[in-house]
Design a binder for this molecule. Structure first.
Ligand code: DGL
Length: 270
């Protein structure tokens, strides 16, 4: 048993897709979340910069005394080195658990992967799937406009701009008749409704945040790290820029009021 918090980080709001699931499936756990809102987006940056950011984010969480660190970020998981040894606590990204579920979900062996430019250029998801199933077809598409939409709260599937952008990026998935799509950036599940309307009910969308939360639970169980205190758990949120927008959109997404509960930190100190 270990009563310390789970540390989760992302460039902004995206990692909350993992947190939302953790609040459901690990309701007795403390959570410390860091969103690097001062430096979002990560997906258009170089491997070197993303790796530096990932290290700083993880070091900040380690300082909070967490028992496990989750890079709830497809970009970090795809291009930054594995930080397990450096951190000395269990560490996971999103690629492995998400691919595992996609492989089980497809019936036709035709899987789509959408992610940031850095993620798609790394072929992280495709390589992982093809390692197990060289016969599968994997169609990749970078969607660089999705993160700014989400960070600005533009996720309404009836919004004309959202519909246009989604339809532009999803065209290649339709052409290639995929039957499962990996939402390979943790921001993208906030656009699930819009993507699902565009693709139709026969295409399964795989939520990288959710799959990573399920995998986190598995790791905690296997390592006997679940919290056993009876007191109510706590979730703390930190960002690297002004908290106002994060508080507003995170509160809506998590369906809980986190006003005045988000603290700004200087990530360059880590
Ligand atoms: N949510 C992140 C990801 O999963 C980062 C997106 C970005 O900052 O570009 O890739």
């Amino acid at each position: 048993m270990n009563n310390e918090a789970i540390g989760v980080f992302d460039s902004g709001l995206g990692g909350l897709t993992a947190v939302r699931e953790m609040l459901e499936i690990l309701p007795n756990e403390n959570i410390v979340y860091f969103g690097d809102t001062g430096r979002v987006p990560y997906g258009s940056k170089s491997t070197r910069t993303i790796s530096k950011y990932a290290m700083q984010d993880a070091r900040f969480l380690k300082k909070q005394g967490v028992k496990m660190i989750v890079a709830a970020c497809g970009t970090v998981s795809s291009v930054a080195p594995d930080l397990t040894e450096e951190l000395g606590v269990p560490y996971t990204g999103v690629v492995y658990p998400t691919c595992f579920t996609a492989i089980r979900a497809t019936k036709t062996g035709r899987i789509g992967v959408i992610g940031t430019a850095a993620t798609i250029a790394s072929h992280s998801y495709k390589n992982r799937i093809r390692q197990k199933h060289p016969e599968f077809t994997v169609i990749e598409q970078a969607c660089p406009l999705y993160v700014p939409l989400v960070e600005n709260g533009m996720t309404d599937p009836d919004d004309e701009i959202v519909r246009l952008i989604v339809s532009r990026y999803m065209a290649v998935m339709k052409e290639n008749r995929v039957d499962a799509i990996i939402l390979g950036c943790t921001h993208y599940p906030l656009l699930t409704e819009a993507i699902s309307r565009e693709m139709g009910p026969d295409v399964t969308l795989i939520d990288s945040g959710k799959e990573t939360a399920l995998y986190t639970k598995k790791i905690l169980e296997e390592n006997h790290l679940l919290r056993d205190e009876p007191s109510a758990p706590d979730a703390r949120y930190f960002v690297s820029d002004t908290p106002a927008d994060f508080e507003k959109y995170a509160g809506i997404f998590l369906k809980r009021n986190i006003e005045n509960r988000v603290q700004q930190i200087n990530i360059e100190e880590y």
